[in-house]
Design a protein around this ligand. Structure first.
Ligand code: MN
Length: 194
């Protein structure tokens, strides 16, 4: 068994003008696909080839972890964005954000601060703790919250430069504005209900 590149949940140009078709196509078919190809090469002929992607992420290290976690993180990132996204949170995620951060504006400021100051190639996440409270956390390189017991990821933003350099060059703050215009609250609500 080997892993296949999951299709994007929308067309390559569906996130314009915030994320260009050029960025999305390259990010998906070169970077995301590259992690899956390398993972398949590393697990071929081993016991891991029969495991789920999440199981591999939770039990591996080194190159296998890096490529498996990046495969998981990218699929989660695509789903964190939507052509119909943006605006204010709705439903249970709105209630949970207000309960944990005080207001949407305070949550957004904390998320932006974490993301702008997350050094080098990295990810920023909205997560749910085991007690139901929400938090914003940073991970580095391929780091992913699913390796932590009791932590459920709700949303993520890819902060590797390949995610935004074509569209925003080095200005990560402007890429964050694009993220807020696309953020998929429906996906956050699905994850919150898990
Ligand atoms: Mn990426």
């Amino acid at each position: 068994m080997s892993f296949n590149l999951p299709p994007l949940p929308y067309a390559n140009d569906a996130l314009e003008p915030h994320i260009s078709s050029e960025t999305l196509e390259f990010h998906h078919t070169k970077h995301h696909n590259g992690y899956i190809s390398k993972l398949n090469g590393l697990i071929d002929g081993t016991d891991l080839a029969e495991k789920s992607l999440e199981d591999i992420v939770k039990t591996s290290s080194g190159g296998i972890f890096n490529n498996a976690a990046q495969a998981f993180n990218h699929d989660f990132y695509w789903k964190s964005l939507s052509p119909n996204g943006g605006g204010l949170p709705v439903g249970a995620i709105n209630d949970a954000i207000i309960a944990s951060f005080g207001s949407f504006e305070e949550f957004q400021a904390k998320f932006n601060d974490c993301a702008v100051n997350n050094f080098a190639s990295s990810w920023t996440w909205l997560v749910k703790n085991a007690d139901g409270s929400l938090n914003v956390i940073n991970t580095a390189n391929a780091g992913t919250p699913i390796t932590e017991e009791g932590i459920t990821p709700l949303l993520t933003i890819d902060l590797w430069e390949h995610a935004y350099y074509i569209d925003y060059r080095n200005v990560r703050g402007e890429y964050l504005n694009g993220f807020w215009a696309l953020v998929n609250w429906e996906f956050a609500n699905e994850n919150l209900a898990k």
